[in-house]
Write a protein that binds this ligand. Structure first.
Ligand code: MG
Length: 384
């Protein structure tokens, strides 16, 4: 039987981190969580790149494991050519839903859980130092939860040319709830609290509840939850999907370029490009009128240009030319390739030498008359 997945997904920076290095993917039938690691912003780059590459490869029809290997190659490649990103990596826990089967790939310490009949089960293995120790029987699950080295990964995506990625399948039933989450959630929230949150009917609600639980427990890390509630399709589902599609079509149509409105008075004339057409041997009344408009527009342009030049040569502002202060005449703007200003005189004072208040005076590029600009030049000490 084909099941329908209702997703609810959220990510949160938590209470102690400066950036959110987690990324999630909701691109049915693909759902994934990535938790990046690496100095500076490299973790964010790794998780984002892995998620993007994975989603694109799955959309291209690649099997999930091959798509994950492609994501590994993309992250590893960037980490090896760019010293800013050296050593970066990410976890990846992903599922593709097909009919009533969940195809999973997993590497790192993000987790996949299944809630069935009120029982919560972790269906992924943690690829972490303490995870290995728990499996070897050297550490209890309780000891692992507070172990100082619990965030050290034994496997990650993007840190080796070939990643050892787990692959498994789960037969799903109507009523099942899947959770993909980063360790910022599983490390902060007890299994019992996760079970209770997943029991909520609405997956968006469940995800929000999980995030707030993790924050309540200190939110030491970035927190991400992707909740999937699996149900039998309802008769209305097909209609809902069609409605969404119709909506998207409407958005695309709105976003498409809109042709410019015809000029005033041209309502009964052909489109504007007609103005440059070769005139017909015997001009019609419409064509004559068009010529009249053309002459009028030309005359107006000449007047505007004349006023413009006059304005540009009587208005001044202080800007920066090659690091040094300069007085410009005109406006600090451009009309396409045409600059509406020219350097009027250059100072030897460097912008860098100015104090913050003086820099602000320069940055705001205020317009001045000739008298005004002389006062500003003095304030800025442009001619020592
Ligand atoms: Mg984390």
């Amino acid at each position: 039987m084909t099941l329908v997945a209702r997703p609810g997904a959220l990510t949160d920076i938590g209470l102690h981190r400066k950036t959110n290095e987690d990324t999630f993917v909701v691109a049915p039938p693909l759902f994934a969580v990535c938790d990046g690691m690496g100095g500076a912003q490299a973790g964010e780059v790794a998780s984002g790149l892995a998620a993007e590459t994975l989603a694109a490869a799955v959309a291209d029809g690649r099997p999930l494991l091959a798509a994950a290997e492609q994501a590994n190659a993309a992250v590893f490649q960037l980490a090896s050519v760019d010293s800013d990103h050296a050593g970066m990596g990410t976890t990846l826990t992903a599922v593709v839903l097909a009919a009533d089967t969940g195809h999973f790939v997993h590497i790192g310490d993000s987790r996949a859980y299944l809630l069935r009949g009120g029982v919560l089960e972790q269906i992924s293995e943690d690829h972490s130092l303490v995870g290995e120790m728990v499996r070897d029987g050297r550490l209890s699950a309780e000891e692992a939860a507070s172990h100082p080295h619990r965030s050290i990964l034994s496997r990650a995506l993007g840190t080796e040319p070939l990643a050892r990625i787990d692959e498994f399948e789960v037969d799903l039933q109507a009523g099942d709830v899947l959770l993909l989450c980063s360790d910022g959630l599983s490390g902060a929230v007890s299994a019992e609290a996760i079970r209770k949150a997943l029991d909520r009917a609405d997956p968006d609600d469940a995800a929000a509840r999980l995030i707030s639980e993790a924050r309540k427990h200190g939110g030491p890390d970035n927190i991400t939850a992707v909740v999937l509630r699996l149900d039998e399709p309802r008769a209305a589902d097909e209609e809902v999907e069609l409605a969404v599609l119709a909506d998207e079509t409407a958005t695309v149509a709105l976003a498409a370029p809109v042709s410019p409105p015809p000029p005033e008075g041209a309502a009964d004339a052909p489109p504007p490009e007609g103005a440059t057409d070769v005139p017909p041997p015997a001009p019609s009344r419409g064509a004559k009128r068009r010529l009249g408009y053309f002459a009028l527009v030309l005359a107006l342009l000449v007047v505007v240009a004349f006023v413009g030049v006059l304005t540009l040569s009587t208005v001044f502002y202080v800007g920066v030319d090659d690091g040094r202060l300069a007085v410009y005449s005109g406006l600090p703007a451009a009309l396409g390739p045409l600059h509406l200003h020219a350097v009027y005189r250059r100072s030897s004072v460097a912008y860098e030498a100015l104090g913050p208040a003086e820099r602000r005076l320069v940055d705001e590029q205020g317009l001045h008359t000739h008298g005004g600009i002389m006062a500003l030049e003095e304030t800025l000490g442009m001619w020592p």
